[in-house]
Design a binder for this molecule. Structure first.
Ligand code: USQ
Length: 369
């Protein structure tokens, strides 16, 4: 629930009105007959509370979503960098240490990010976590399967690359079952569950820190703000619709890795597009003006990206693609709540090089092929 506190800090709010957690749980129970138990504590600080809960509850699976999740927020200041590192890494370490101490066989499903691979043009299809390499040795050429070299583009993304090392260690040393989901940028706002009642509506972040690019463009189009393309818009990213993301998490829970097998890694992304293409798509659909802004991030101006996602496809994922027309659904939600939009919060003010006046062209830029 740290997002509610961060909303107060940033002076903005979800476009959709979010009810209290108690109201949400109560409404869910009324609608489905199912009980969601709720315990409010900070897993990055309250280790013994977490350990007791795991021992008492004896979960089959823990879905670990308890991380500060915005790259721009993590880069706002030294306070935000330290908060993101302390929160994310202590939270993950506490969870894994508590599972070991509980002596229970608990599968951890972690929400990771495609950003661990970095966004330079790699010249290969990004594999699912592990890279096959060939090295010259005295006995001739040897084949190795190594973790894909991490290349984080923000402190937030860096914490996810560090999480991967924690997973590697606890898996190797203690045999924990762990699945890391390398997720792309999520778009869309509603799932079957959130549509059941207005009290269950999902967050819809459109501000410069927490809003993600396609959802932001759709809100901007609805409220008559120019689409905020950073730099040339040649940045290519991987995307997934929120409904597919929910399905993938279910599939990961239902398919735990074998005991003592290595960390399972899925690429949780279904298509790749450049920011420029997304802006054009939204502009064609809505008539919105496209405006090019100085890029506040250090990132490659242009990059190519293709991503393997065979594991989820083999498990039966049938992806919702941008062309499916479901973008209109997001526009409808944005239109319903447009009166709640504070336009002064739209522009990104978090800067990777501490100066909004300069274009933060990153060192990755040279690596474009
Ligand atoms: N961008 C614009 N204009 C905007 C907002 C963003 O051009 O108004 C550009 C950014 O410069 C960047 C790209 O769009 O090149 C993606 O930015 P984003 O804010 O949509 O996504 P990002 O900061 O990368 O992070 C989001 C989530 C994070 C998740 C990540 C997946 O906040 O939790 O891990 O997507 S990924 O990007 O694949 O690493």
């Amino acid at each position: 629930m740290s997002r509610r506190t961060i909303d107060i800090e940033l002076g903005c709010d979800s476009l959709t009105p979010i009810s209290s957690i108690f109201k949400r749980i109560e409404r869910w129970k009324e609608l489905t007959g199912k009980t969601i138990e709720f315990y409010n504590f900070d897993i990055s600080r309250n280790y013994h509370r977490l350990l007791t809960l795991i021992k008492d509850f004896e979960p089959d699976t823990v879905v670990h979503f308890a991380e500060q999740r915005a790259a721009p927020y993590s880069m706002k200041s030294s306070y935000h960098k330290r908060y993101t590192v302390n929160n994310n890494l202590s939270g993950t370490n506490n969870l894994l240490a508590a599972i070991v101490e509980s002596q229970l066989d608990v599968h951890t499903v972690h929400l990771g990010t495609m950003g661990v691979y970095g966004y330079q043009t790699a010249g290969l299809q990004i594999p699912e976590g592990y890279l096959k390499v060939f090295v010259e040795t005295d006995e001739g050429q040897k084949e190795l399967d190594i973790m894909y070299p991490p290349s984080p583009g923000s402190i937030y993304h860096m914490t996810k690359t560090q999480d991967a090392l924690l997973f590697y260690f606890y898996n190797k040393n203690d045999g924990l079952r762990i699945t890391d989901l390398h997720q792309g940028v999520v778009w869309g706002t509603t799932t079957e569950e959130t549509e059941m009642d207005v009290v269950l509506v999902n967050r819809f972040d459109y501000d410069g820190d927490y809003g993600t690019v396609l959802n932001r463009f759709l809100v901007q189009a609805v409220v008559g703000h120019p689409l905020t393309v950073h730099g040339t818009g040649g940045q290519t990213r991987a995307f997934i619709h929120i409904r597919d993301m929910v399905k993938c998490i279910r599939m990961a829970i239902d398919n735990p890795p074998e005991l003592w097998s290595r960390v399972e890694i899925f690429n949780q992304a279904t298509e790749t597009h450049s920011v420029r293409y997304l802006a054009q798509l939204v502009s064609e659909a809505t008539g919105a003006e496209i405006r090019y802004f100085k890029n506040p991030r250090k990132e490659a101006l242009e990059n190519r990206l293709t991503v393997k996602n065979e594991k989820f496809m083999r498990l039966g994922l049938n992806p919702i693609k941008l062309e499916s027309g479901i973008m209109n659904e997001v526009i409808q939600v944005a239109d319903k709540y447009k009166h709640r939009c504070d336009k002064s919060r739209i522009i990104c003010t978090s800067c990777w090089c501490n100066d909004m006046e300069v274009d933060c062209q990153g060192s990755d830029s040279e690596q474009v092929n």
